[in-house]
Structures are given as structure tokens and as C-alpha cells.
Design a protein around this ligand. Structure first.
Ligand SMILES: Nc1ncnc2c1ncn2[C@@H]1O[C@H](COP(=O)(O)OP(=O)(O)OP(=O)(O)O)[C@@H](O)[C@H]1O
Length: 551
């Protein structure tokens, strides 16, 4: 979508306030022009040698007009402030709704956290829109009203107006060509530098290896160069516009004096009118000097809206319509002739896979690296959809189920995802119905209760996203506690038990696999011991000749 249309979309909810800002700006513009009008009256009064009282009245009238303008300006500033706050809140709320629902495929091609950096463009939107709404509209109106006023003095000055308007149109349309594109390119280059810095910060061990700092510096150098090139290209567009505006300022000032002076000499314009016209033109062309800042703000605004748009455009998961009725006990799961290939991957990850899990059954899924086991786990959690075939959950195609309803009944443990929140919140993850006692029981099941209670604040200890203050092994057990606490009907563990030590396994395995556990369990594992503890072992192989996996 073109950036300008995105901008309109972003500002549409603020329509009412924007009209108010415009109204204030019109009034301020009109009131500000009281100065030249009064100046003309003063010059004529002084020239005619009339009463001093008239001068006093004129000065008081001017003071009232300018005070009113100041008051309106303050109101305008307050309205713009509220628009800025609302844009921030709206984008934040929109993103917090969208990010948990983003289709995982979007993050296959792009780095999620790096993409979220674009949220900072809200600040650019706030700053640039404030600049434009406060100064930009006022300046534009000053130019418009000033030119209108000038036209009234003399028909020659009307011609002068038309030439100025033509010159301004040339400045915006012809000289501004490519400015939005160069602003977007500059912004992309800026985010690439930030994204790389984050990459370096995210992998501290890798970048501490012998060549790490050199790699960090080299890539930063390359990306910084790209930024400088992009910035220089954008600056060139800005400079040609600013240069033309300044030239226009000089030419307009001189031309008005020449034309106005000639008109006074010929008696077609009074001295007062010439002074007033000169003040108006000085006001109008003085805005050209400020145009550079406004233009830059405008292009920055469009680039920022474009960047935010990419974030807000991230595709969301398709949702089913059916809410499955809650049932007790383990779920019956059937994988029917499922095939799946990742985007732009020549080789399918799964081809024609069929598998059935009876309610309450504990099944181990084993097989070599790259056989498609984790891909199947994603499919069972509806993170991805099969290209062919379907998956049944208690007889219903999971495609038709509402994601929320499905994920109340299915838990997936894959990797370690610790949230920067307390231990308790890490177990609960927003499920208000999970009680403190249930969270403790889940921690007890995975052998974590004791170490957690030994922390200074127990379950209220705040954890870092890296897992601290728990060890990596403990943090991965916390993920199992998170899965079991909701008593789901299907648990899929993707290598979550493989790295537990023998003692811990001795307590965790019976709790997960024992007859009292209410769920159906699929355990992806490379451990013979874990596989042997299950009711059944399914092997998923990836034949070297045939480009697919087969159960
Ligand atoms: N996000 C992705 N984008 C593209 N291809 C992927 C992606 N994730 C996995 N693959 C590919 O899909 C195939 C199956 O991967 P998957 O992770 O499911 O295997 P796995 O059996 O879980 O392996 P492992 O035992 O190593 O965990 C592999 O060839 C892998 O390269």
C-alpha cells in the first residue's frame, strides 16, 4: 500500500481532532495577519497626521488579536498532544493483539524481534505529525492567506501570487520526486544497522570467539555505508528542494519591492499598502526557509508509516469457527495423509504421514535429524497447516477449530521460552484460572518447587528471558510445568525430556506417563530411555533418495 494511503488510514480515527487543529490553525493564521493589516493602518494614520487615540486603539486591537492567536495556539498544541498519545496507544494495542496471532510463516522469512523494532517508528510518527500539525499547517495557511491578501492589493500582485504558487508546486511535485522512496530506503538501512547490533547482542558467545569482533565490525561497517548512501541520496532530494526554496525567497522579496515600488511611484499603491504587502511577502517567503524542516518531517512521517505498516500487515493465523466442547481425559488424535513443505524449500518436510494416537496413549516419536518431527509438532499445535491431508482432534479437523479453543486443550513444549515475568506468571502465562496451588503442584511434578522456593522471592522471583536465575535445564523443566498446569488433553513434548538428568527424569516421567496423567502424550525424543517408557514408539524416517519423510 502506498505510504500516503497508509498515513490516511492511521489518521482516520483522529478525523475530528484533525479538523479542530485545522480550524485553530485557520484562526491563528488569520489573526497573525492582523499585524500587516494594522501596520498598514498605522502607516496611513501616521502619514495623515491623525489623532494619537487612533494609534492607541489600533495597538490595543492588535494586542487582543495576537493574544487570541496565542490562546488558540495553546489549544492546538494540546489537541495535537492528544492525537500523538492516541496514535501511540492505538499502535501499541494493535500490535499486542496481532503479535501473539501472527502466522508463524511470517517469522520463517523475517526476524520477529528485529521486525518489532519498527514499533519505534511510532515516535517518528508522533514527532513528525506534531511538527506538521503545529507548524506545517500554520505555515501553509499563512502562505495561503498571505497570498490571498496580496492579491487584493493590486492585480499585478495577484500575478505575482500565481507565479509563487507555480514555483511552490514545482518545488513539491517536480523537485520532491523520489523523496518518499529515498526516505523509506534510509529508514530500511537504519533498521538493518539496529537489527545487526541486536544480532550481536543476542549471541554473546558467538561474537566472543576469535573472529567475532572482526565480523561484528565488518558487517556494521558495510551496513553503515549502506545507511550513509541512503541518507546521502535522501539529503540530495531535500537539498535541491531547500536550495530552490531559498532562491525563491530572495527572488520573491526583490521582485515585490521592485513591482510594489513601481506601483507606489505610479500612484497605484499607497505607501501603507506597500509596507503591508512587504510584511506579507516577508512572512510568506520566510516560511520557505522553514520548509526544509517541514519537508523532512513529512518524508520521515511517510517512511515511518510505511515501516509500521509492514509490522501491522504481518499475516495473522487463519482461525477456525468452532469452539470444541470441553471434554475430560486424553484426546483422540489422527494425522491423515499429511504433507507439508516450508515456503521456498525444494524438499517437503513431511509427505503422506499418517499416525493415530488413542485417547490417553503415550507415544514416542523418534527418527533422525531433519525427519520432520518438530514440523509435525507445529502442525498438531496448529502453528502451521498441512498442504495436503488433515489432522483430527477428537474427530474434528483442527482447521475448523478456534485456535484458542484448541490451545486450551493442547500443550506444546518446544525450546525454552522464558518470559520476563515472575516464576508464577511464567507457569500461568495469562491463564487466570490457574491457582497458586496448581502452579506449585506443577513445579513439584517437574522437581522445580524446591529450587524455586530457595530463590529470594520464591514464586514471585522475576526471571530474565534467558532463563536466569534458573539454570538452562531448570528453565526447560519450567516449560513442562507450564504445559501440564492447564491439564491439557494432548501434550506434545519436542525433545523436552532429552536433557533432563536421570534423577529428574525419575520423577518427571512417572508424572507425565503414569496412569493418573489425564492426557494423550506425544514425546519427540532422541533418548532410548524416554522412548522405552512410552506405550508405543513411532519412527519417522527421511529416506535419502526420496525427498520426503515416512512413518
Ligand atoms: N522454518 C523452516 N524453514 C524452512 N525449512 C525448515 C524450517 N524448519 C525446518 N525446516 C526443514 O524441514 C525439515 C524437517 O525439519 P524438522 O525440524 O521438522 O526435523 P526434526 O525431525 O524435528 O529434526 P531434529 O531431530 O533435528 O529436531 C528439515 O529438512 C529442515 O531443514
Amino acid at each position: 500500500m502506498p505510504p500516503f494511503r497508509r498515513l490516511l488510514g492511521l489518521l482516520r480515527p483522529e478525523r475530528g481532532e484533525l479538523w479542530l487543529v485545522l480550524l485553530f490553525a485557520v484562526c491563528v493564521g488569520a489573526l497573525t495577519l492582523a499585524t500587516p493589516v494594522v501596520a498598514m493602518a498605522v502607516v496611513n494614520t501616521v502619514a495623515l497626521g491623525t489623532l494619537i487615540q487612533q494609534l492607541v486603539v489600533l495597538c490595543v486591537a492588535l494586542f487582543v488579536a495576537l493574544s487570541l492567536a496565542a490562546g488558540l495556539l495553546i489549544l492546538q498544541t494540546v489537541v495535537v498532544e492528544f492525537i500523538q498519545r492516541r496514535v501511540f496507544v492505538r499502535v501499541a494495542a494493535d500490535l499486542s493483539y496481532r503479535l501473539p496471532r501472527v502466522d508463524l510463516r511470517a517469522f520463517d522469512r523475517q526476524n520477529g524481534p528485529e521486525l518489532v523494532n519498527r514499533f519505534f517508528d511510532v515516535l517518528t510518527v508522533q514527532k513528525a505529525s506534531a511538527t506538521l500539525l503545529l507548524d506545517g499547517i500554520t505555515l501553509a495557511l499563512q502562505v495561503f492567506i498571505g497570498l490571498l491578501l496580496l492579491g487584493f492589493y493590486h492585480s499585478y500582485l495577484l500575478g505575482f501570487d500565481l507565479i509563487l504558487i507555480g514555483a511552490l508546486a514545482f518545488l513539491f511535485l517536480a523537485l520532491g520526486r523520489g523523496a518518499v522512496r529515498s526516505a523509506v530506503r534510509e529508514s530500511v538501512a537504519k533498521y538493518q544497522v539496529a537489527g545487526w547490533m541486536e544480532e550481536v547482542a543476542r549471541h554473546p558467545i558467538a561474537f566472543k570467539t576469535a573472529g567475532g569482533p572482526a565480523l561484528a565490525a565488518a558487517r556494521t561497517d558495510e551496513l553503515t555505508r549502506e545507511y550513509l548512501d541512503a541518507r546521502a541520496a535522501h539529503f540530495r532530494v531535500l537539498m535541491r528542494q531547500i536550495g530552490f526554496a531559498l532562491l525563491l525567497q530572495a527572488v520573491a522579496n526583490v521582485a515585490l519591492l521592485a513591482v510594489g515600488g513601481a506601483l507606489v511611484i505610479r500612484g497605484e499603491l499607497t505607501l501603507g499598502e506597500l509596507v503591508a504587502a512587504e510584511i506579507v511577502v516577508a512572512l510568506v517567503v520566510a516560511t520557505f526557509t522553514k520548509l526544509g524542516k517541514q519537508l523532512e518531517a513529512y518524508y520521515d512521517l511517510l517512511a515511518a508509516v510505511d515501516k509500521l505498516g509492514h509490522l501491522l500487515d504481518l499475516p495473522l493465523e487463519a482461525d477456525g469457527a468452532e469452539a470444541q466442547r470441553p471434554a475430560g481425559g486424553g484426546a483422540a488424535v489422527a494425522v491423515r495423509d499429511v504433507s507439508f513443505a516450508y515456503d521456498q524449500q525444494p524438499r517437503a518436510a513431511l509427505v503422506g504421514l499418517s499416525l493415530e494416537l488413542a485417547p490417553g496413549e503415550r507415544v514416542a516419536l523418534v527418527g533422525p535429524n531433519g525427519a520432520g518431527k518438530s514440523t509435525l509438532a507445529d502442525l498438531l499445535y496448529a502453528l502451521r497447516m498441512p498442504d495436503r491431508g488433515w489432522i483430527e482432534f477428537d474427530g474434528a479437523d483442527i482447521r475448523t477449530l478456534r485456535r484458542e479453543s484448541l490451545r486450551e486443550q493442547v500443550a506444546l513444549v518446544k525450546g525454552v521460552e522464558v518470559i520476563e515475568a515472575t516464576v508464577l506468571e511464567n507457569v500461568r502465562v495469562g491463564r487466570a484460572h490457574v491457582t497458586h496451588a496448581e502452579a506449585r503442584a506443577a513445579l513439584q511434578t517437574v522437581g522445580l518447587l524446591e529450587p524455586v522456593l530457595a530463590l529470594p522471592k520464591g514464586l514471585d522471583t522475576v526471571m530474565w528471558s534467558g532463563g536466569a536465575p534458573l539454570s538452562l535445564g531448570q528453565a526447560s523443566r519450567l516449560m513442562v510445568a507450564r504445559a501440564i498446569v492447564g491439564r491439557p488433553r494432548l501434550i506434545v513434548l519436542d525433545e523436552a525430556l532429552d536433557h533432563m538428568d536421570a534423577d529428574v527424569r525419575a520423577t518427571v516421567l512417572p508424572a507425565l506417563l503414569g496412569p493418573g496423567a489425564p492426557w494423550t502424550l506425544l514425546v519427540i525424543t532422541h533418548s532410548d530411555e524416554v522412548a522405552r517408557s512410552c506405550d508405543r514408539v513411532v519412527r519417522l524416517d527421511r529416506s535419502p533418495e526420496v525427498p520426503h519423510g515416512n512413518a
